[in-house]
Design a binder for this molecule. Structure first.
Ligand code: SF4
Length: 108
């Protein structure tokens, strides 16, 4: 199996398990999956801690730097076949291909 094929397989598996459960603090137990997201800017159902995390990382839906976008970031998780949105390895929730955060790292 090539490195690219292995990476694609790992990404696909990561997206399948992006559902999360949280039962600590004041947050209610929540299940969230990218497969159910219909709009990539809709954060409905996303735990507050994950919303805060994306803000802390400086995530924006449109990159201010033309050549540095989520779509060419090493941490980007491309959408699965039926999904509308991609994801990020650093936080839960939808990520736009044209988005950006301060942790952008060039894909090797
Ligand atoms: S690390 Fe930042 S730039 Fe990279 S995919 Fe995640 S949100 Fe996008």
């Amino acid at each position: 199996m090539t490195r690219r094929a292995l990476l694609k397989k790992l990404v696909a598996r990561s997206l399948l398990v992006l559902g999360i459960s949280s039962s600590c603090g004041s947050e209610k137990t929540t299940t969230y999956t990218l497969a159910e997201v219909t709009s990539c800017d809709d954060l409905t159902g996303l735990p507050e801690s994950e919303v805060a995390k994306r803000k802390q990382l400086g995530y924006v839906e449109t990159s201010p730097i033309d050549d540095n976008i989520c779509g060419n970031c090493q941490l980007y998780l491309p959408p699965l076949e039926d999904a509308k949105c991609g994801g990020c390895q650093l936080f839960k929730g939808p990520v736009l291909e044209k988005g950006y955060c301060t942790y952008w790292a060039p894909r090797m």
